[in-house]
Design a protein around this ligand. Structure first.
Ligand SMILES: Nc1ncnc2c1ncn2[C@@H]1O[C@H](COP(=O)(O)OP(=O)(O)O)[C@@H](O)[C@H]1O
Ligand SMILES: [Mg+2]
Length: 251
């Protein structure tokens, strides 16, 4: 079956979405969407939640009315040089080298695996549901169908509890032996005053030679966020120790 023969108005009932999608993504992506949909991961795509340089995120829905988040990496505009550097370290992705498409596919798989491993270690992340080529299907984080806000745009009621919760989640990421690598107020959603960590494509194993550098950068980025949120006295050392304590307490 060629992409032209897929029932596009079933996969994208919204005409505007169908047109935008066709402008941004090629027929291969439509084929992948079709496959994932026929495997039962969702019925159709509804609208765009976010558009970025490297990926677009959509809300989808299944026949029973359950929402899904679909993240699709763009092949052309992804920084595959950077992706390749990250992938280099992981033997299972070695074969992906030197081909743009394969690098982005491996990257998508890498985000899926990191989410799985985080989930197993009780890190608050969207449940990963499927990954195929450059398409990742995951749990939709939201309330009444509205996507949850990013920490940058959210109002957190209990800042101390939120801080502790972030420490526990970082500790659990360490238990998973993975450093997120891009922790920020853009990559944390807030649902019921709790942090949900997203955007895990660049996550690196704790045995990576640069792991310490990335870990400290993550903590420093979050430290600035907590300062802005009102925890003015918080220092890097206290933050570091609080994560360590959370890890040791097995929370
Ligand atoms: N599982 C999800 N549920 C709801 N919204 C999501 C989900 N994943 C991502 N988003 C939304 O999409 C945006 C971009 O996703 P992200 O994974 O951070 O990709 P990017 O690489 O473009 O930063 C997020 O800021 C968030 O608003
Ligand atoms: Mg992001």
């Amino acid at each position: 079956m060629t992409a032209d023969e897929y029932n596009l108005s079933k996969l994208f009932p919204e005409e505007d979405l169908r047109k935008t999608f066709a402008k941004v993504f090629d027929k291969n992506v439509i084929k992948t969407i079709h496959t994932l949909s026929s495997q039962g991961h969702f019925d159709h795509l509804e609208y765009t939640i976010a558009t970025g340089k490297e990926a677009h995120v959509f809300r989808a829905v299944d026949n029973a009315g359950h929402f899904r988040a679909i993240k699709i990496y763009k092949i052309e505009t992804s920084d595959f040089k950077r992706m390749e550097e990250y992938l280099d370290f992981e033997p299972r992705f070695k074969k992906a080298k030197h081909d743009k498409r394969n690098i982005v596919f491996a990257w998508t798989q890498k985000e899926f695996s990191a989410l799985q491993r985080f989930k197993k270690n009780k890190v608050n992340v969207p449940t990963p549901l499927a990954a195929k080529e450059n398409v990742l299907v995951m749990e939709f984080i939201g309330e009444n169908g509205e996507p949850s806000p990013r920490l940058k745009d959210a109002r957190v009621e209990n800042i101390d509890a939120f801080y502790e919760n972030v420490c526990v989640n970082i500790a659990r990421m360490l238990n998973a032996k993975i450093i997120h690598g891009d922790l920020s107020e853009y990559n944390i959603l807030v649902q019921d005053d709790e942090p949900i960590i997203i955007d895990c494509g660049q996550a690196i194993p704790t045995i990576h030679p640069n792991a310490k550098k990335f870990y400290e950068r993550d903590l420093n980025n979050m430290l600035k966020v907590f300062h802005r949120m009102g925890l003015k006295e918080l220092t890097f050392d206290t933050f570091y120790e609080d994560v360590k304590k959370a890890k040791e307490s097995g929370k």
